[in-house]
Write a protein that binds this ligand. Structure first.
Ligand code: SAM
Ligand code: SF4
Length: 272
């Protein structure tokens, strides 16, 4: 339903104005809670939305009243030319809150260009500050790369940086306590995300954020191959390739469920 003033409301009268775009299903880490072990099938390259298609979709969403956009992945910094995409989207205007969720590994080289290209905010994933635990959780990642990335983000002038910390059960776990202390020292807000499993339907609200609170859900998610999912915990989706951007957005809005139950969606594809 499109109401006056170009605000979009769904069947449950939720104001939908937040578009999360996964720009790649590729990643330079393989976190145990996110990726299955071993070979992971990748989406065919020819199906991945081009920058022009992402820009057109975003422009259409902004025309329809969306004002918040987040780039995610996979690892968004693994998408070649990501800074150019950020520049294109920022230059088009209309986005009041333009953010990215990243594992931070490549931020040392990308933070400054991203900021200059017009990105407003960063959420950086950080599950522990113990190098061995970091390597185990991410299957081979180096904590020092993440820490250099975080330093670079601050040096580039990003403010209101948030840390995303995946927990098993509670923010009192030793890894999460380390992240909490680090966040307090550096002035970062920490969001604790209890490990979810879309297939099993285990679904939790994000501590310190709005995610997972169905009654106030305000988002649509776009996969890197241009499917629009109105709910992470539902397989319902529309396809930009079939309907075009405008109808794909409107149709996704029309089928957005009150809450999801279970789905085949994978975090590394849809970006959490
Ligand atoms: N690669 C980027 C990163 O890690 O920040 C962006 C994509 S990642 C899928 C987005 C967020 O989803 C991350 O904060 C990650 O910790 C979270 N995530 C991944 N798998 C999850 C799971 N099973 N349960 C809860 N959160 C998860
Ligand atoms: Fe990659 Fe992010 Fe998933 Fe970790 S959480 S495997 S960094 S997509």
């Amino acid at each position: 339903m499109l109401k006056a003033g170009l605000s979009m409301f769904d069947r449950f009268n939720r104001h939908i104005h937040y578009l999360r775009i996964s720009v790649t299903d590729r990643c330079n880490l393989a976190c145990t809670y996110c990726m299955p072990e071993g070979h992971v099938a990748k989406l065919p390259r020819e199906d991945i939305l081009s920058f022009e298609q992402i820009a057109e979709l975003t422009r259409t969403a902004v025309e329809l009243g969306f004002d918040k956009v987040r780039l995610t992945g996979g690892e968004p910094l693994m998408r070649k030319g990501i800074v150019d995409l950020v520049r294109m989207l920022a230059a088009a205007g209309g986005i009041n809150d333009f953010a990215m969720t990243t594992n931070g590994i490549l931020l040392a080289q990308h933070a400054k260009p991203l900021r200059e290209a017009g990105l407003h905010r960063l959420n950086i994933s950080c599950d522990t500050l113990d190098p061995q635990r970091f390597s185990a959780i991410s299957r081979g990642g180096r904590l020092e790369d993440l820490l250099s990335g975080i330093d670079a983000a601050q040096a580039a002038g990003f403010v209101k940086i948030k840390l995303n910390c995946v927990i098993e059960q509670s923010p009192e776990e030793p890894d999460a306590v380390m992240v909490s202390r680090f966040g307090a020292q550096r002035g970062f807000e920490v969001r604790y995300i209890r490990r979810m499993d879309t297939a099993k339907g285990s679904f939790w609200r994000v501590l310190g954020g709005d995610g997972g609170h169905c009654q106030i859900c305000n988002r649509l998610r776009v996969s890197s191959d241009g499917r629009i999912f109105p709910c992470l915990f539902s397989d319902l989706h529309t396809k930009v390739s079939e309907l075009g951007p405008r109808q794909a957005i409107l149709a996704a809005l029309a089928i957005k469920p009150e809450s999801g139950r279970q789905s085949d969606n994978q975090f590394y594809r849809l970006g959490g």
